[in-house]
Design a protein around this ligand. Structure first.
Ligand code: B12
Ligand code: SF4
Length: 510
């Protein structure tokens, strides 16, 4: 019988991974069991063995921009072996034609795969796949729950559960609001809780909430609806907000060794009741997109709702006061950045008590406003790198791909790259990491904290910014080593009998 394969492409394999790629397990649930359990391959763990793909099998490949090139390579190989090849994910949604040309796709799914995927599999197996399937933006209640029973044991530190898709903001460097939409699509509380319980039964204590923005309704949104006397909009927003509180109340009733982490705008700091509810729900960490520490920088990225300077420090500290550790995300290479921005940013990150930080280079990701503007200019200029138009930078072989794409008014690209590397070095120096490790109490926990900080740095920084391939390889090796050493720290004792509060024990997928 033909099989369904789901493949998450990566050029680097670490043997263990930090977070489960959720789409693999969601699509596995959507596949159903008619064709047997799908075979799942996450190349961040180990490379796919193409010999497992037979003629007539269906291969689903999920791509974002960063792994699209590797995904296309797998697509071509799978097709050579006689398989039906389909692509999905944010990058395929934005460039369906590219997946057909470079990845030899028979079919491409745009948007959400949860509902449309079984149709694609069926059409492939009947020999009549359509080139494009519109998965669209499905309602929160239609999001499939993941097939966690298919997870390989002991390989991931964090599982991932989604509670909301879409974000009402419109940051210029981000594609989420354009692909997932600006209307938050919240998933029913019962289904989220059931999935969390299933994961805790399996021994997962750490769960990343793979949300675009966990605080989708702000005080300003509510005030605006009131000002406009828009009663139905106000009711809608209040219902969304109430549902967030309901979710957090339900999470608070689960075993208290669970630790959640989410992504949120710093506006949440305006609302102590929300932060208190997060704390009670054991949401102990949040990625906050700070982006820039100056008002000019925030204007560069259409993020006027963020604050700068001392007010910014106060907002970020509010999270910590409520027991929520912040992973601050900063962008370097903005037009208003100067040579002083790197040190000033690290200093602010330290002053604001951030537990983790990431410093990313401004990258024109497709689907964003920044990309549209930049690509229009570059298309006019006709810039090519390694025979590839720079406006398709993800198709350039990795070693030759530029690290930065936009000329800066006052700094050279190399100055920005080195400044960014310096920021990572400074924030993650052994001394600073030791000082920050005070957030946990025992020596064992402090050592774990230090290893995890270093792991984060090696996985996400050195392998991304460095141009020197020896340094990249060294980082990958260290990440692999630390990853293996750390993974046990994240596992809890399985609790197979844990009940879903208010429900009988039952399987949760679909
Ligand atoms: C959680 C998350 C993370 C987590 C976890 C990543 C992981 N291992 O899963 C962390 C924090 C580690 C992370 C890191 C990064 N991320 Co991220 N992340 C997300 C986020 C918020 C949710 C992803 C998720 O799990 N969604 C839930 C699943 C179910 O949805 P999904 O993946 O979209 O899949 C659905 C459909 O796309 C489709 N689908 C997907 N694959 C396939 C395949 C087939 C065959 C089919 C039919 C359908 C299909 O069906 C699925 C179900 O509906 C997204 C935002 C978003 N809205 O996508 C950003 C996002 C994917 N990340 C992004 C980026 C840029 C990054 C980083 C590069 C950031 C950085 N500078 O370091 C790194 C890269 C890490 C890496 N190498 O993969 C961008 C990607 C932009 C782009 N064009 O590629 C996004 C879109 C956010 C943004 N601001 O624009 N990320
Ligand atoms: S960067 Fe964050 S706040 Fe801005 S649009 Fe994207 S998801 Fe929303």
């Amino acid at each position: 019988m033909p099989r369904v394969h789901l493949i998450n492409p990566s050029t680097q394999s670490f043997g263990v991974a930090v977070i489960t790629p959720r789409w693999l397990y969601v699509l596995a649930a959507a596949t159903g069991t008619r064709w047997g359990d799908p075979r799942i391959v996450d190349e961040t763990l180990e490379p796919v063995d193409l010999r497992t793909i037979d003629s007539g099998d269906v291969v689903g490949i999920g791509i974002h921009t960063g792994n699209a090139r590797r995904g296309y390579e797998i697509g071509r190989e799978a097709r050579k072996r006689g398989a039906w090849v389909s692509f999905g994910g944010i990058h395929a949604t934005l460039f369906p034609d590219e997946a057909a040309v470079h990845g030899d796709a028979h079919a491409v799914v745009r948007g959400d795969g949860d509902v449309i995927w079984p149709q694609v599999v069926q059409d492939c197996l009947a020999g009549v796949p359509r080139p494009i399937y519109e998965g669209g933006r499905i309602d929160g209640d239609q999001f499939a729950s993941a097939r966690w029973d298919l997870l390989p044991p002991g390989r991931y530190m964090w599982a991932s559960v989604q509670t909301v898709r879409g974000c009402p903001k419109h940051c210029s460097f981000c594609s989420v609001w354009r692909t997932d939409g600006q209307e938050p699509r919240q998933r029913g509380v019962d289904r989220v809780v059931r999935e969390v319980v299933e994961l805790r039964r399996l021994g997962f204590r750490f769960i990343a909430l793979a949300d675009d923005n966990f605080y989708p309704v702000t005080f300003a949104d509510l005030a605006q609806a009131r000002r406009r006397a828009d009663a139905s909009r106000l009711r809608e927003l209040e219902a969304l907000r109430a549902e967030r509180f309901e979710l957090m109340t339900r999470l608070a009733g689960l075993p208290d060794d669970l630790v959640f982490y989410t992504q949120i705008t710093m506006e949440a700091a305006e609302d102590p009741a929300f932060l208190d509810a997060m704390q009670r729900a054991n949401i102990r960490g949040a990625l906050v997109g700070v982006e820039s520490v100056t008002a000019e920088g925030l204007k560069d990225v259409y993020k006027g709702f963020n604050l700068a300077g001392d007010e910014l420090v106060a907002r970020l500290r509010a999270f910590r006061r409520h027991g929520i550790h912040v992973l601050g995300s900063f962008i370097f290479g903005l037009p208003s950045d100067t040579k002083d921005s790197f040190d000033a940013t690290v200093a602010l990150a330290e002053r604001a008590n951030l537990t983790f930080a990431q410093f990313v280079l401004l990258t024109p990701f497709p689907g964003t406003l920044d990309f549209d503007k930049w690509a229009a200019d570059e298309n006019r200029r006709g810039t090519m790198v390694a025979g590839v138009p720079i406006t398709r930078h993800w198709l350039i072989p990795e070693g030759r791909r530029p690290k930065l794409f936009t000329a800066h008014p006052t700094m050279s690209l190399e100055e920005i790259r080195l400044g960014t590397q310096r920021a990572w070095d400074r924030f993650y120096s052994w001394r600073q990491v030791w000082v920050r490790s005070r957030v946990v109490e025992s020596i064992r926990a402090r050592i774990a904290f230090m290893l995890i900080s270093k792991l984060y740095r090696h996985m996400y920084a050195n392998t991304g910014i460095a141009t020197d391939s020896a340094r990249v390889q060294r980082s990958a090796r260290r990440a692999r080593w630390i990853g293996h050493a750390c993974r046990r720290l994240f596992l809890g004792k399985p609790m197979p009998d844990l009940a879903v509060p208010g429900e009988q024990l039952e399987p949760t997928f679909n």
